[in-house]
Design a protein around this ligand. Structure first.
Ligand code: NDP
Ligand code: BG6
Length: 478
């Protein structure tokens, strides 16, 4: 929900970790996307910073490589974009590296009254704290704004997340830290607010009186290819459930914010998350993928640096409960996994059966399906007469697809927010704390000695056996 603020004049954006995967695949292409939309002010400068000694030309090659120019007009814009960019090598390490960065900031902002510095930490989490200390010591602007942008993981449980926060606090105020969750930059996730609060028809039925259950799935067809070591220490719960999925859940269920200002939005999300009870292990199905049935695709344990006795969860289905008046009694089915039969992020809001079920035959409960990706769209299943001479009904879809509409990349939206200083899509400290509180007991159980073996499922299948029974047995309990 971008506010009507603009990127300040005299701003330099520094990408720390400019030679890394995130910078190459997402940040530079995202920034070029903003260039193409003419959303970057003329005087905005971008500095890449990394340990490599690299020429300007090699750095520009990194930027250009993933960019596909769909029209000749964009070639001119790419040239303009590259002219904004320069590179500083941090190969000398320590203070010297940051003195070199400071020197570049001074050159770029020479003669400016105001100086605004923005630092994107596209770095391994282990160096977030020392690097942020160095930035404060050498590169903090005394005559303008300085902000850091950080990426998940924000810790690996509640305690370590608080610890990270405690180490950032002496140098960076909460309003100087932008925490990225790239799902908050996705178009359909943003649209949840308009869908819920901009449409009278949904406002009055968005509660346990009318909604039977809600299901949120983030499933992926690919496995942990090449990221075995990272994934083995992370698992699917930390990788996508504690962050991306929890943010979707909060936007879907929070009360209406007073306004769409960042404070009001984050207040409501944090309040909602406080109502979610920590997830119990006996309300989950934990799985790990084995080889595909044809033996072509590897098991998780075949990945490099994954030990044979790994109990890492590459799949998790869980039931969450929200204890407030609006949602009491509604089960929230959360499902995430790698190496499944398809890739999609989807929300299904299952409404209760109509009380008129006895009048018509074949009535199905209404269902709202929100496709976050791919094939972005919103579908409402309603009952309708079949055009015939009989009194027959069928379920049809009211279809609101995004087909043919141009959808900005999530990183474009979030980079623009961060540069503008709009925090409405940044994850606030209290939200982060509340989301770790929901998952930490389960994570500690799974990491502990008493933990269970994950259920096996074949690469490319729908997940571990017993999933449907698990969900339906839960529905029967109600
Ligand atoms: P990479 O390992 O690919 O890149 C890290 C970058 O940081 C490289 O430029 C690296 O330089 C530099 N670097 C490494 N160690 C140091 C150090 N001690 N001092 C200074 N610079 C250092 O990581 P990613 O780009 O994949 O990830 C960056 C961050 O973004 C991580 O926190 C990750 O969790 C997060 N993230 C990444 C996503 C992705 O799609 N890649 C998605 C979501 C979050 P060099 O190569 O020379 O060592
Ligand atoms: C990242 C996870 O945060 O999100 C990845 O680390 C995951 O493992 C990715 O694949 C999913 O994001 P998207 O935008 O591709 O759905």
């Amino acid at each position: 929900m971008a506010l009507a603020v603009e990127i300040k004049e005299s701003t330099v954006l520094v990408i720390l970790g400019a030679s890394g995967d995130l910078a190459k695949k997402k940040l530079f292409p995202g920034l070029f996307g903003l260039e193409k939309r003419c959303l970057l002010p003329d005087d905005l400068k971008i500095v890449g910073f990394a340990p490599d000694e690299m020429s300007y030309e090699n750095f520009i090659d990194i930027i250009r490589k993933p960019i596909k120019l769909e029209s000749p007009r964009f070639a001119e814009q790419l040239k303009q974009f590259c002219e904004r960019c320069s590179y500083v090598s941090g190969h000398e390490g320590g203070d010297k590296a940051f003195e070199a960065l400071k020197k570049r900031l001074d050159e770029l902002l020479k003669g400016r009254k105001e100086r605004n510095h923005l630092f994107y930490m596209a770095l391994p989490p282990s160096v977030f704290v020392p690097m942020s200390e160095m930035l404060k010591k050498h590169c903090y602007s005394e005559r303008g704004n300085s902000r850091i942008i950080i990426e998940k993981p924000f810790g690996h449980d509640l305690e370590s997340s608080r610890d990270l926060q405690k180490h950032l606090e002496p140098n960076w105020r909460e309003d100087e830290i932008f925490r990225v969750d790239h799902y908050l930059g996705k178009e359909v996730v943003n649209n949840l607010l308009v869908l819920r609060f901009g449409n009278e028809i949904f406002g009055s039925i968005w509660n346990s009186r009318h909604i039977e259950s809600i299901q949120i799935s983030i499933i992926e067809g690919g496995g942990a290819e090449g990221r075995g070591s990272y994934f083995n220490s992370t698992g699917v719960i930390r990788d996508v459930m504690q962050n991306h999925m929890t943010q979707i859940l909060a936007l879907l269920t929070m009360e209406r914010p007073k306004s769409f200002s960042s404070d009001d939005l984050c207040d409501q999300k944090a309040r909602l998350l406080e109502w979610i009870e920590p997830i119990e292990h006996d309300e989950t199905i934990i799985g790990q993928y084995s080889k595909s049935e044809d033996g072509e695709k590897p098991a998780f344990k075949d990945e490099e640096d994954v030990p044979d006795d790994s109990k890492c969860a590459t799949f998790c289905a869980a039931i969450a409960h929200i204890g407030n008046e609006r949602w009491n009694g509604v089960p929230f089915f959360l499902k995430a996994g790698k190496a499944l039969n398809e890739s999609k992020t989807e929300i299904i809001v299952q409404f209760k059966q109509s009380t008129n079920v006895n009048i018509f035959n074949d009535l199905l409960p209404n269902k709202l399906t929100i496709n976050v990706q791919p094939n972005e769209g919103v579908y409402l299943q309603i009952n309708s007469f079949v055009p015939s001479l009989e009194t027959k009904t069928e379920a049809i879809n009211l279809d609101l697809t995004y087909r043919g509409r141009e959808i900005p990349e999530a990183y474009e939206a979030l980079l623009l927010d961060a540069m503008k200083g709009d925090y409405s899509r940044s994850v606030r400290e209290d939200e982060l704390d509340a989301s770790w509180r929901i998952f930490t007991p389960l994570l500690h159980f799974l990491d502990g000695e008493e933990s269970v073996e994950p259920r096996k499922y074949a690469y490319g299948s729908t997940g571990p056996e017993g999933l449907d029974e698990f969900i339906s047995s839960y529905q029967q309990k109600r």
